[in-house]
Design a protein around this ligand. Structure first.
Ligand SMILES: [Zn+2]
Length: 297
């Protein structure tokens, strides 16, 4: 799954030690990714900039935030946020040509680079949103190598926020095999995807699947089975994928989140693919759920 894969050893037991982090920052094998306002800074060829320890000496004091991402073998990987500057200033500081969304680089970046850029983006985004304590409003400071912040006034420990969402491929009961796809509000005509929604407070993931499908498509589902998950740090998502079986094939869309929903057979989906209509974004779990279902029959 794009943006996942556990490519780095996050060194959870060592990153709390500021001395170890300082040593890693000074290590000649360490590298530093540079981001600007959720975008990765890229060179003229469109490749993300990776500074060496020697190059980063002038950059780190000018960065808003430096975080330790993990170890690639024995080499540490860090990321810096240059969001307080203009794009031109940030690019000049690290010798980049421009700043681009990592999702526009999918296909040209290897899976490890895509995942690490997404991880850096999500973590740095959280730091920008958590500069103050939600409890007392005082300023917070970075700790644990950038994996937590503490409130200077009330000592509250704040961890990066992740927002779980479910995404589900619903199958119709009986035959032929059919799956439920919907056109979401704002999606172009003829563009269909699986159903998804955020998990609410006090809900299990399975509860969220049943509620979202019932609310949006008027479909009651019975069995719900976990399929896999995907980091979606745009800005803070975790997509949790399911397969569910509907109790009837009746559909009643809400007309707000969904404009239209219908059952598709595998043959219909294959016709769409053959006609040049992709099954969701190629980097999405939506695409993965649909292609796995297609491969089963
Ligand atoms: Zn506080």
């Amino acid at each position: 799954m794009t943006y996942g894969g556990g490519w780095l050893d996050r060194a959870g037991g060592r990153r709390a030690d500021p001395g170890w982090i300082s040593e890693r920052l000074a290590d000649a094998d360490s590298t530093v990714l540079a981001l600007w306002r959720d975008r990765c800074l890229v060179d003229a060829d469109g490749s993300p900039v990776r500074l060496t320890a020697a190059d980063s000496g002038a950059v780190l004091p000018r960065a808003d935030q430096t975080v330790f991402l993990g170890l690639d073998g024995t080499a540490a990987v860090f990321a810096v946020d240059l969001s307080a500057r203009t794009e031109r200033e940030a690019a000049a500081l690290v010798g980049a040509a421009s700043a681009v969304d990592v999702r526009t680089l999918v296909g040209r970046l290897g899976p490890a680079d895509a995942a690490i850029q997404g991880y850096a983006r999500g973590l740095l985004h959280w730091h920008r949103q958590q500069r103050h304590c939600g409890g007392c409003g005082a300023a917070t400071v970075t700790t644990f190598g950038g994996h937590a912040r503490t409130c200077a006034a009330c000592d509250r420990l704040l961890f990066p926020r992740i927002e779980p969402a479910i995404i589900v491929l619903v199958e119709a009961p009986g035959s032929p095999d059919r799956c439920l796809l919907a056109r979401h509000n704002g999606a172009p005509e003829g563009s269909y995807s699986t159903l998804a929604g955020f998990v609410e407070v006090g809900e299990s993931l399975e509860d969220a699947v049943r509620r979202e499908v019932a609310e949006e498509a008027g479909v009651v589902v019975g069995d719900v089975a976990y399929q896999g998950s995907q980091a979606w740090p745009f800005p803070a998502g975790l997509m949790v994928g399911f397969r569910a079986t509907a109790e009837s094939d009746r559909i009643e869309v809400d007309g707000e989140e969904l404009l239209e929903a219908r059952w598709f057979t595998r043959a219909e989906l294959r016709e769409r693919v053959a006609a040049g209509r992709p099954l969701g974004r190629v980097d999405s779990i939506d695409h993965h759920l649909l292609t796995s279902w297609l491969a089963e029959g």
